[in-house]
Design a protein around this ligand. Structure first.
Ligand code: NAD
Length: 299
């Protein structure tokens, strides 16, 4: 691996090892293994792959998991009912609702139904609110995984200018909160850009740390970034490639070659942020089982 390429697979493996050891210790003390309930709606192949990767990782670290697949014709009411059943089931510690949902199911309506104590994705408004005011919470897995990468590669955020491109509820916005808080994970001067940002390059060129989570291949090119920038490319895009058996390959939001030439560190796609997201989900599920974020006597 080239000197400036961040090895997300390796760091994720270290994290999973840590979770595996912690699960073993937890079970060794007489507790049942943590249990993750995954909900998949419809037959989107990418969502199926992601859920498959997550349940495989569960198995590897000693977390039990089950996936329920519902048809994409399911109503909001039916989905909420199913979620309430899982909320009330004491043998389930974490609930994972794989996004995106079919158009008629609005994520914000449904996510609020998940018991915030089982919200291992960290998407519930209660958990996002706690993140915003610096209280212990389930942190959204992708941003939390990015901060782990910073820790592993000794990327200092304090006092530096971080530019986040993409302001979704699951990546960009929670990451901007984490980076901008005056606590251990943040202390960065943070700019959050989105599709309404005027003159994107003017902001990006100033970044010491650039995180791109848009879903637009080749959006960021080498000419747009400063020499020495740390680049985290969150985007996962399928571009057609007849040389591959599948007929496509995965790329990020950055034009990798030109950006890597100027970056001091950069994540590849695949093998950068993706494995970290899965590892952080394992960590959150263990935290849910241990009731570390919301101790029972506090509720
Ligand atoms: P989203 O579609 O919910 O949000 C996209 C964001 O990008 C919006 O805030 C939008 O305003 C902004 N945007 C769109 N066009 C823009 C432009 N031209 N300039 C600046 N901003 C622009 O996206 P999401 O769910 O956050 O996902 C973003 C990408 O990250 C996707 O490719 C997704 O597959 C990937 N993703 C990867 C992981 C992982 O683990 N690696 C996890 C989640 C998402």
């Amino acid at each position: 691996m080239a000197r400036n390429i961040i090895d997300g697979k390796k760091v994720a493996e270290l994290l999973r090892q840590q979770v595996r050891d912690d699960v073993r210790e937890w079970v060794g003390r007489g507790n049942r293994p943590p249990m993750l309930q995954a909900i998949l709606i419809g037959n989107d192949p990418a969502s199926g792959t992601y859920v498959g990767a997550k349940t495989k990782a569960c198995k590897e670290v000693g977390i039990e998991s089950e996936t329920v697949t519902f048809p994409d014709t399911m109503s909001v009411r039916e989905l909420k009912e199913a979620i309430r059943t899982y909320n009330n089931d004491d043998s389930i510690d974490g609930i994972l609702l794989q996004l995106p949902l079919p158009g008629h199911l609005h994520p914000s309506q449904v996510i609020e139904t998940i018991d915030h104590r089982k919200d291992v994705d960290g998407f519930h408004p209660m958990n996002v609110g706690r993140l915003a005011v610096g209280q212990p919470t389930f942190r959204s897995c992708t941003p939390a995984g990015i901060l782990e990468l910073f820790r592993y590669y000794s990327v200092m955020t304090k006092g530096r200018h971080a530019v986040v491109v993409g302001a979704s509820n699951i990546v960009g916005s929670p990451l901007a909160i984490m980076l901008s808080r005056e606590n251990d994970s943040g202390k960065a001067t943070t700019t959050l850009c989105h599709k309404y940002t005027r003159d994107l390059t003017r902001h990006i060129i100033q970044a010491d740390i650039l995180i791109v989570a848009v879903g637009s291949p080749g959006l960021i090119t080498g000419q747009m970034v400063k020499e020495g920038v740390v680049v985290i490319d969150v985007g996962i895009n399928r571009v057609s490639d007849s040389s591959r058996d599948k007929g496509y390959r995965l790329v990020g939001d950055c034009d990798f070659e030109s950006v890597a030439e100027k970056a001091s560190l950069i994540t590849p796609v695949p093998g950068g942020v993706g494995p970290m997201t899965v590892a952080m989900l394992m960590k959150n599920t263990l935290l849910a089982a241990k009731k570390s974020i919301y101790p029972s006597d506090n509720m």
